[in-house]
Design a protein around this ligand. Sequence first.
Ligand code: SF4
Length: 196
Amino acid sequence: MSKNCNTSAVGSDELIKLGIEGITATILECKSCPLHENATNKVIIRGSERPKVLFIGEAPGKNEDENGIPFCGRAGKVLDELIDHMALEENEYAMINTVKCRPPNNRKPTQNELRTCRPFLVAQIALLDPDVIILLGNTAEQAFCVSSLKWGEAVITQEGKHLMKLYHPAALLYRRTLMRQQKEMIDKNKKLWQKI
Ligand code: SF4
C-alpha cells in the first residue's frame, strides 16, 4: 500500500497491536464516519485468519448488512464459484471490504469514507498477512492506494505480496462473457497461490 496514502487520525499501527479480536471490537464500536448511522451490522471478515489469498471487495450490500458476513449474497455466490475455480480450500482464503458499513442504496463509498475506514483495512491486511491480495474492482484499488493496475496482471508490493485486480463479482452477475474473461485471468495467475 502506498506510503502517500492519506489515512484518518486513527493509526493502523495502534490497531495492529490490538490483534484481530481487538480490531473487530474497535470496528463494532466505530462511529467515525456517517456510514455507521444506517448499518444494521458491521461486516468485518469471512474466512481464514491465515489466508494465502485475501479478497478485498468494495462495501457491504443488503444481504451482508443484514447478516454481518462479507459476500453472503448473490455476488458472494459468484465469488464462491471463482474460488472453486481457483481450487482454494476453505482455510486458504479470506474476504474483507474497503469499508465495514453499508453505504445507503449501495452507492460507492466516498473518498472521505474510504479514508476514514482505511486504518482498519491496513491493519486487517497486516494481521492476515496473505501471500496474494486480490482487489475486486476499482474502489478496492482506490482504497489500497495504488493506481494503474491492469486487470488480471499481478505486481509485487513493497511488502513482497502479489497484488492483482480482478472484476468485482457483482459485475459478473448474468455476464457470462466477463465471467469467462475473469476465469482466464485467474488461470493465467494460478501459479501465484498454487506454488505456496
Ligand atoms: S465504515 Fe468504517 S470508519 Fe465508517 S463507521 Fe463503519 S467501521 Fe467506522
